[in-house]
Design a protein around this ligand. Structure first.
Ligand code: NZQ
Ligand code: ZN
Length: 384
């Protein structure tokens, strides 16, 4: 097992009716900015619950954060934060709204010219406004991590930063607010969670049996709960289990001491930047092909996954690894998640060439062996 250090100061309030706890936890001595997305919260009652809890607080609202949150939108919010002397940010929405809130928190305190340098130049976040979230979509784990992914269309970029300074102070997770998720977003969340787990699990063994079993268990539970929410979107227990899978899927706890991959995400972000695919749609296209190209080095973990998640009975390790890849793609297909670029009308040669050029320009090396380079990404997308 590799060395690790773990620190997670985020308080989690999980369950029905927890939004009212905002009135207990939010600060009363500073002005709050409530940040939200395109309006789903106004249709599903979340806005009403939040504003009821905010009665008596000094707060303003900033709406309109788009999926795959855009730099320009965040910059407008940063201007407002400075003008209004905001002291605390409350994100109400999905991972995009929360990621934007994290960037706003860091950007408002950024001492240099352009806060996007935190992302492109990897500048450290020296300071950030405190923030919290009401998370309404199980997918990103952003509610319990310090990551944020921000797009900058004018530069053709979708990229991330990570900082302890933007851990939410607390996150409210009420699974009943996910009853209103469109099927597409429910599936996106399930696939994103599955792929997060794969990125952390499916590398090579460094003797982490407990972590491996947690991650395999998460995948088993996710697969078992998925048909329940598709059959009945208001199945509270299934929604709750899926949400907790998503949060645990990327609070970085279950993979402590493990070797990680993250190449599927790296390539997937390029597809989203170039073609506007939803984050999880891009991941579902990349993952099976990436596993295929890396089967020889990932075979131990893949075979274990075949046995423990899919109940495969195939003693030959490399054959079992192949079956695992097949089963993953079959799972995505069975819930209606497409796994080929052509399913979205995207020309794979063009996509592969674009990604190869961008990876080459940035000299990118991803994956647990740092062997996913421009040429490997090209090969992966040509196979899709
Ligand atoms: O914008 P509104 O109107 O709120 O609608 C949203 C949006 O259209 C809607 N929605 C959210 N909750 C809802 C709801 N509709 C009905 N009922 C609800 N309860 O769903 C749509 C998608 O929302 P979005 O926030 O974009 O989805 P998600 O949570 O999947 O976030 C995706 C973003 O997170 C990044 C992705 O790259 C992408 O930009 N990621 C962030 C990570 C992190 N911070 O750790 C890790 C991930 O790997 C990922 O990269
Ligand atoms: Zn993801």
């Amino acid at each position: 097992m590799n060395n690790f250090e773990y620190y997670r100061p985020t308080r989690i309030l999980f369950g029905k009716g927890q939004i009212e706890q905002l009135s207990r936890l939010l600060p009363r001595d500073t002005k709050i900015l409530m940040v939200y997305g395109g309006g789903s919260i106004k249709k599903n009652g979340v806005y009403d619950q939040v504003t009821a809890a905010l009665k008596g607080f000094d707060y303003l609202e900033f709406g309109g954060v788009e999926p795959n949150p855009e730099y320009e939108t965040c910059m407008r919010a940063i201007e407002l934060v400075k003008k209004e002397n905001i002291g605390f940010l409350l994100s109400v929405g999905g991972g995009s709204t929360l990621d934007a809130t994290k960037f706003i928190a860091a950007g408002a305190k950024f001492a240099g010219q352009d806060p996007y340098d935190i992302i492109t130049k990897g500048l450290p976040v020296a300071d950030a406004l405190p923030l919290a979230s009401v998370i309404t979509l199980p997918a990103t784990g952003s509610e319990m991590n310090g990551n944020a992914v921000i797009s900058r269309a004018s530069m053709g970029l979708k990229a991330s930063f990570v900082s302890e300074k933007v851990y939410p102070q607390f996150s409210v997770i009420d699974p009943s607010v996910t009853f209103t998720l469109p099927v597409r977003q429910t599936l996106n969340g399930i696939v994103d969670t599955f792929v997060h787990t794969m990125e952390q699990y499916c590398t090579y063994d460094v003797n982490t049996p407990l972590q491996d079993e947690w991650m395999l268990a998460l995948m088993r539970v996710l697969i078992a709960e998925t048909p329940k929410v598709l059959a009945d979107p208001e199945d509270f227990n299934a929604r709750a289990n899926i949400f907790w899978c998503a949060t645990c899927g990327l609070n970085h706890f279950m993979s402590l001491g493990c070797v990680q991959d993250w190449a599927t995400h790296g390539i997937g972000h390029e597809l989203t930047a170039d073609y506007g695919l939803d984050h999880a749609q891009a991941l579902a296209v990349v993952l099976p092909r990436l596993l295929q190209t890396q089967k020889a080095t990932k075979k131990g973990k893949l075979a274990k996954l075949a046995y423990e998640v899919f109940g495969v009975n195939e003693p030959d390790e490399i054959k079992a690894a192949g079956v695992a890849i097949y089963k993953i793609e079959e799972f995505f297909g069975s819930i209606g998640m497409k796994t080929h670029l052509k399913d979205y009308g995207i020309d794979r040669t063009e996509a592969a060439e674009k990604t190869r050029a961008k990876f080459a320009a940035r000299d990118i090396h991803l994956g647990e062996h740092a062997n996913i380079t421009a040429d490997t990404a090209y090969e992966i997308l040509m196979g899709s």
